[in-house]
Design a protein around this ligand. Structure first.
Ligand code: ACO
Length: 429
């Protein structure tokens, strides 16, 4: 049975418009409001796009009420348990899990695109040593457009795919280069005999003075974290990538824009802020005080790593990461007082009426920093880890959009500035 359209009637003019209902495979039904502006003469107002679907997509499904996340139909829990990051990357890009031959070819391709032009190291050396790595990443990834723009035929799907693959392959190399610049270490080149995450860790931490063996615990933990961060439908950074992409811009420029959006503390930058917050809280005895601060409307402080626009239930990624944090600390034979603090903060917040009523739960950023910290990643690099993984989602979403071109993204506004007024010469002001 097909849905009857919703009829929207303007009580002022008596005019009506029929709004068809769009149903996806799953998820809330959506009203097609394209005819509202031309038929009724009204724009629709939805700040933050909280109730607005900006596109159709076959990539990722979230049911925020039930705490469900699936990539191409596969539950995140199963992918986290059984898959690998590059297999998930293939899935997100292509829509299906690879067979053995496809997987081997894909891994090879990613591996052989992991080097970057030597001039990029010169570019990176121009940054001040303590530049924030996310600022460097936005600049360096954007600069890839300068290296590949002339040769990229955006109308050719094979070339578009190549650009996407290049970005997945080069992101760890660039991230490690930014870190090494901060440390004052010489460049490290990608080693093709290592896996994706091993190669990344080798580029991050190896120094010329001694041999470096990648910890299997670290490589496995990164693989899991990268799977969990790979895509999350139309979040702020992905929507940014799509919006920039809708103009026909070069894909490297689109992803650079996504990196900038991800950096914000309300989005991926929260993983850095969680660690700073936990350090600021300092001791479990202070947790209640900070929970009270978060509830105080007159205090701008928020519990970082808590709350989500879509999840009104536990973020399924947060539960997996919490377990992984325990495992990593156990396997490394370490304890971290910040882990105890985080768990106490979660316990108190989840029993608090304010957080219960507003359905505020830990999100993906709450526990990830504990793992990064245990594995020696400096706090300022946390969001860069997120960006490496999310690049897969950004380029998959960019490809989906580029393969099915739609109109340029161009929202309207409610103008609340001055009405027309005459220009006044400076002497008369
Ligand atoms: N601490 C305290 N109160 C909160 C928090 C929080 N972390 N998050 C939301 N609230 C409160 C708000 O004050 C608001 O209260 P009100 O209705 O009385 O005004 C209510 O909950 C709804 O919050 P909004 O800001 O309207 O929710 P929105 O969907 O716009 O924002 C966001 C979601 C940005 C994630 C928000 O929860 C937040 O700032 N969290 C902390 C930052 C964070 O962890 N970001 C990472 C998100 S995951 C990601 O992007 C990878």
């Amino acid at each position: 049975m097909s849905d009857k359209p919703v009829i929207l009637t303007d009580q002022n003019t008596g005019k009506s418009v029929e709004l068809p209902i769009i149903r996806g495979t799953e998820g809330e039904p959506t009203l097609d409001i394209k005819s509202v502006a031309p038929e009724l003469g009204y724009f629709t107002y939805d700040p933050g796009y909280a109730g607005t679907a900006s596109c159709t997509s076959k990539i990722t499904f979230i049911d925020g009420g039930k705490g469900i996340l699936r990539y191409r139909g596969y539950p995140i829990e199963q992918l986290a348990e059984s898959s690998s990051f590059l297999e998930v990357a293939f899935l997100l890009l292509n829509g299906e899990l690879p067979n053995q031959d496809e997987y081997t070819e894909f891994v090879n391709e990613i591996t052989y695109h992991s080097m970057v032009h030597e001039k990029l190291n010169t570019f990176i050396s121009g940054f001040h040593f303590d530049a924030h790595p996310m600022a460097m990443m936005a600049g360096v990834v954007g600069s890839l457009a300068a290296f590949y723009h002339a040769k990229l035929d955006m109308n050719n799907p094979v070339e578009r795919k190549l650009a996407a693959m290049r970005m997945i392959a080069k992101m760890p190399t660039l991230a490690a280069a930014c870190y090494r610049h901060y440390m004052g270490w010489p460049s490290a080149y990608p080693l093709n005999n290592l896996s994706y995450t091993e190669r990344f860790l080798h580029m991050m931490f190896s120094v010329p003075a001694e041999s470096y063996k990648v910890s299997p615990v670290a490589a496995k933990a990164f693989d899991l974290l990268f799977i969990l961060h790979a895509d999350h439908e139309q979040n702020a950074s992905t929507s940014t990538v799509r919006l920039v992409g809708s103009t026909g811009a070069n894909p490297y420029a689109c992803v650079a824009a996504g990196i900038s959006a991800l950096w914000g503390p309300a989005h991926g930058g929260a993983n850095e802020e969680v660690l700073k917050m936990l350090e600021q809280i300092g001791h479990v005895s202070n947790v209640a005080k900070f929970v009270d601060k978060a509830k105080d409307r007159d205090d701008p402080f928020r519990l970082m790593g808590f709350g989500h626009r879509v999840y009104k239930n536990y973020d399924p990624r947060a539960s997996i990461i919490r377990e992984a944090a325990h495992e990593v600390l156990d396997e490394l034979g370490r304890s971290d007082p910040l882990m105890d603090l985080a768990m106490e903060l979660e316990r108190i917040a989840l029993e608090d009426e304010y957080f219960i009523e507003k359905k505020l739960y830990p999100n993906v950023d709450f526990y990830s920093g504990i793992i990064y910290r245990a594995l020696g990643i400096p706090v300022s690099m946390f969001t860069v880890m997120f960006a490496i993984a999310r690049t897969v989602g950004w380029v998959s979403q960019w490809l989906e959009q580029a393969n099915n071109p739609s109109r340029i993204g161009r929202p309207r506004q409610v103008y609340t500035g001055p009405a027309e007024r005459p220009y006044v010469d400076i002497e008369q002001r």
